[in-house]
Design a protein around this ligand. Structure first.
Ligand SMILES: NC(=O)c1ccc[n+]([C@@H]2O[C@H](COP(=O)([O-])OP(=O)(O)OC[C@H]3O[C@@H](n4cnc5c(N)ncnc54)[C@H](OP(=O)(O)O)[C@@H]3O)[C@@H](O)[C@H]2O)c1
Length: 316
């Protein structure tokens, strides 16, 4: 099924709902679109993540009623199971969520976890589901390594702790290290003071290494991740915030016995499963700062500064 592009206007058609958007959130990918690194057709409404209320339903809708609170699924064409083809995305391929009202196919939405407000729920579609996918298979007694204190990494920390895993984090400052410990990291390594942090992860784990590494750095951090990963562990390749041209050692990677798994967000089913975990553990997303709708560009500049800890959100 190929959902139609969300219609402009306020009258939902067959299978569609009208959503009053209350909040949207920013991800690193939004910066790439703003500065031209990801090409986007002109005039396309930005942002991939939002929460709001259904204000009207079109003929034949079954998933939502007027008044229901919703979040959108990040990948509009991926409903469950393995992803067979690269997805479409809000903003790049279809209209995004920096809008007061959106008319959209109800199949692209899921109910919000009841204990969250709109600001919190708007952070779930991209960063949280990506962290959930990156942690596939995590369980009690595992060690998870998360890099930095951005959106994906903090969700990975919270979800890994909820699964009973130990979490080791890296970050750039002592202030952020203290907050990572408050969230449940057993150990935090400053990657500026300790550039060879892979060896430190091995020391902290009695030379066992981390079972799952949520790799948000990419080329600039993967050499340390290979040093840090447990034999037959998994490096979930999520992002590329640490640019580097030296590349990874494929020989060291082979000796690690590890699996390098490319992550591409998650399906609607992953979002629903993750929301059950978030609800069961009453997890609350870490919100760094909320900007009013008119200051959306300031919100992007704040995210680009790297000063944030957790999610940057826009209130509509
Ligand atoms: N594959 C997917 O499906 C998917 C989905 C979502 C995001 N992503 C990608 O994942 C990455 C993170 O996204 P995000 O939205 O979480 O970004 P974000 O909120 O902007 O967080 C970026 C954080 O990375 C940390 N960082 C920067 N350089 C680092 C380094 N050398 N080592 C360790 N940490 C470093 C910084 O935290 P500290 O200041 O604490 O160091 C920074 O706050 C981006 O590349 C994004 O494009 C991919």
């Amino acid at each position: 099924m190929r959902p139609e592009h969300p219609r402009r206007g306020t009258h939902p058609g067959t299978g569609q709902v009208l959503v009053r958007v209350h909040a949207s959130s920013l991800n690193a990918r939004d910066l790439f679109m703003l500065d031209g690194r990801y090409p986007v057709p002109p005039g396309r409404v930005p942002l991939s993540d939002a929460a709001g209320v259904v204000e009207a339903t079109g003929p034949g809708t079954t998933r939502f009623a007027v008044g229901d609170r919703m979040v959108n699924s990040f990948n509009p064409l991926w409903f469950g199971g393995p992803q067979r083809t690269p997805g479409q995305n809000h903003h790049t391929d279809i209209y995004g969520w920096l809008a007061e009202y959106v008319v959209i196919d109800e199949q692209l939405l899921v109910p919000m976890p009841a204990h969250l407000d709109f600001i919190e729920a708007a952070t779930l579609p991209c960063a949280a589901v990506t962290a959930y996918s990156a942690l596939e298979g995590v369980g009690p007694g595992d060690t998870v390594l998360v890099q930095g204190s951005g959106g994906v990494s903090l969700f990975a920390l919270q979800l890994a702790r909820a699964a009973g895993a130990r979490v080791i984090a890296t970050t750039s400052s002592e202030k952020k290290a203290a907050r990572l410990r408050e969230l449940g990291a057993s150990d935090v390594i400053n990657y500026r003071d300790t550039p060879n942090w892979g060896a430190e992860v091995r020391r902290l784990t009695n030379d066992q290494g981390a079972d799952i590494i949520v790799e948000v750095g990419g080329a600039g951090t993967i050499t340390q991740s290979i040093a840090a990963v447990a034999y037959r562990g998994v490096i979930s390749l999520v992002g590329h915030v640490a640019f580097d041209t030296t590349g990874m050692s494929l020989l060291d990677f082979t000796y690690s016995g590890a699996t390098l798994r490319a992550i591409g967000g998650g399906s609607r089913s992953d979002l629903e499963d993750m929301n059950r975990v978030i609800t069961a553990h009453q997890l609350r997303p870490v919100i760094d700062r909320v900007f009013p709708f008119e200051e959306a560009l300031d919100a992007a500049a704040h995210l680009a500064s790297g000063a944030h800890f957790g999610k940057v959100v826009i209130s509509h």
